[in-house]
Write a protein that binds this ligand. Structure first.
Ligand code: B12
Ligand code: SF4
Length: 502
């Protein structure tokens, strides 16, 4: 049996000048590394944005360089990436962020040029939606779904010195004649999440991430000691918003039904938290579930077991507001569910982000899977109730939906300003940015709001990308910037500005 060593590479990050840079560090590699560990295959994670113990952060992280596109590149140089890659038989590069695609493709090109015989593979929502571009850049395999099983199968075939991947499901691959074979229609997906490998968090450059101190959501004050990690207690979501990949991850699609809400048992979650606390030395845990309250009773039961665990839990990925309210005596009217909010505080949650998205009912109905809208509850009451339990409250808004009128958009901005009076800690405004693999993206291509050859570099929440909409792009960007300036404290703005590149 041939010994196979796998490298998982996060490419350098690219950002527009005056925007923030945060290392990737998402959970694909801990899971995939865990899957390989379980079949005794060695893997290593190299984050080219932050490097490893042989790299001096001052040489590159705080000294970024400019790319031909005008964007800023943060990370080690190409020679260093090639030096690290030279030690491995296969190199995987995740592509979950469309706006980072150019760096993924760049790394693939330089690695394939220097080492044509190394196997290059990618996965993630962006890679699976843009496979032809990835193959052109030199990739040999694109994984089209959750890949804990298929990566084990691919590596097992490599151990037999073969490159015949025709029996591996949920992949596209280039066969020995250079033909792309589509195996996305078969393959096993793990529905019982307790069967997932325990994530190999130890593969991540955790100490570097903690030193840099730029976690998800941006919470954290200057000088605060951060020892954080991410985890997921569930995958999938019961909703299906038009701007989310989950809406297309259904049975029969190239990923299969991974959009379906699935969850780990309470014991499994406790086990993972124990590992994070005792083995990785973590103090703050970011729960990155798409929908932790996807099944409210289960979430409450789980949280009750976590009380007193001694970890700060942060859900910054957004708790759907419907789960923070309950029915009242008035038909159709919801009031804050104080029992749940109190429990969140008791468990150690320090932060809740409320994804209002829009103050306009038509927009919520048409684009946001008719989530909880303002005709059914009092948002001020909800914020006040959360603040009562001393939690940090942020809000998220989306501006510039494809058919949004200026009046509708202004409704959202004035609503956001009004909410400030309830003591919000921050408000984020995202310009609508349809990404490949979502119904909104398909709509925008069909209705010519996006050109077919759109540039993913532009996919940035402060950049207006859509054409033929009611508000012109420059004006839209100004409205967003002004709203962000008006709705955030000096302290929050200064912290975010200190993470800016360029
Ligand atoms: C956590 C997170 C972040 C964190 C990541 C850091 C951290 N601490 O983890 C941070 C804060 C950096 C972040 C930022 C952003 N995020 Co985010 N994020 C996520 C989130 C919630 C979880 C990612 C994760 O860990 N998933 C768990 C792993 C296990 O799943 P996975 O990555 O899909 O991996 C599996 C498969 O896809 C496949 N796979 C994936 N990669 C690879 C690679 C190889 C080699 C192989 C074989 C297989 C494989 O196998 C894996 C295991 O099963 C996802 C949503 C989601 N559910 O994934 C959004 C998501 C990735 N983010 C998204 C967005 C839009 C953003 C932002 C633009 C938000 C914003 N407005 O600022 C920025 C962009 C950042 C950038 N660098 O450009 C979108 C991306 C859509 C797109 N096409 O671009 C997502 C999909 C959310 C959504 N519903 O739309 N994010
Ligand atoms: S609620 Fe969030 S995770 Fe669920 S479909 Fe909508 S955007 Fe995606």
């Amino acid at each position: 049996m041939k010994k196979i060593k796998v490298l998982f590479l996060y490419p350098p990050e690219q950002s527009w000048p005056k925007t923030m840079v945060k290392p990737n560090g998402s959970l694909a590699y801990p899971y995939l590394g865990g899957a390989l560990r379980d079949i005794n295959v060695e893997s290593y994670v190299y984050d080219a944005c932050v490097g490893n113990d042989d790299d001096n952060l001052d040489d590159f992280f705080y000294k970024s360089s400019q790319l031909p596109s005008g964007m800023i590149r943060t990370g080690v140089n190409d020679d260093r990436i090639l030096e690290v890659a030279s030690n491995y038989d296969a190199i995987g590069i995740t592509s979950i962020f469309s706006q980072q695609e150019t760096q993924v493709l760049h790394c693939a090109k330089i690695i394939k040029k220097k080492f044509p015989n190394k196997l290059l593979f990618s996965g993630g929502v962006n890679a699976k939606s843009r496979a032809p571009i990835f193959f052109n850049a030199g990739f040999d395999i694109i994984f089209t779904s959750e890949s804990e099983i298929s990566i084990q199968q691919v590596v097992t075939i490599m151990q037999k010195n073969s490159c015949d991947f025709s029996k591996v499901g949920k992949i596209y691959f280039k066969n020995k004649d250079g033909k792309i074979i589509d195996n996305s229609h078969f393959g096993e997906i793990i529905m019982n999440l307790d069967k997932l490998p325990i994530p190999a968090w130890e593969l991540l450059p955790n100490k570097r991430y903690w030193k840099i101190g730029r976690p998800h959501g941006g919470k954290g004050k200057h000088g605060q000691e951060l020892r954080y990690a991410s985890m997921m207690t569930s995958r999938g979501c019961p909703f299906s918003c038009s701007y989310c990949h989950i809406a297309e991850e259904v049975a029969g699609s190239k990923s299969g039904a991974i959009g379906k809400f699935r969850f780990k048992s309470d014991d499994r979650v406790i086990n993972e938290l124990t590992i994070l606390k005792n083995q990785i030395g973590v103090r703050q845990v970011f729960i990155e579930d798409d929908s932790i309250f996807g099944m409210k009773r289960r979430a409450i039961r789980l949280l009750k077991r976590i009380v007193g665990f001694g970890l700060d839990l942060m859900d910054v990925n957004g708790i759907n507001m419907i789960h923070l309210v309950k029915k009242s005596k008035k038909p159709g009217w919801m009031i804050p569910d104080e029992e749940v909010i109190e429990l969140l505080a008791e468990v150690g949650f320090k932060e809740i982000v409320l994804p209002f998205e829009s103050a306009n009912l038509r927009i919520i109905k048409k684009w946001c899977s008719n989530k909880l809208a303002l005709d059914r509850f009092d948002p001020g009451e909800l914020i006040k109730t959360i603040k009562k339990y001393k939690m940090y409250v942020g809000t998220n808004y989306m501006l510039g939906f494809p058919d949004e009128t200026k009046k509708e958009l202004e409704e959202t901005v004035s609503f956001a300003k009004k909410m400030q009076q309830y003591g919000l800690d921050h408000s984020n405004f995202y310009l609508v940015m349809p990404v490949p693999g979502t119904p909104m993206f398909d709509y925008c291509i069909k209705n010519k709001h996006l050109p077919v050859d759109y540039n993913p570099d532009r996919f940035q929440w402060t950049k207006a990308n859509l054409k033929n909409i009611a508000i012109n792009p420059t004006e839209l960007e100004i409205i967003r910037d002004n709203a962000w300036e008006a709705c955030n404290s000096k302290e929050f703005k200064n912290l975010r500005k200190s993470w800016v590149v360029g």
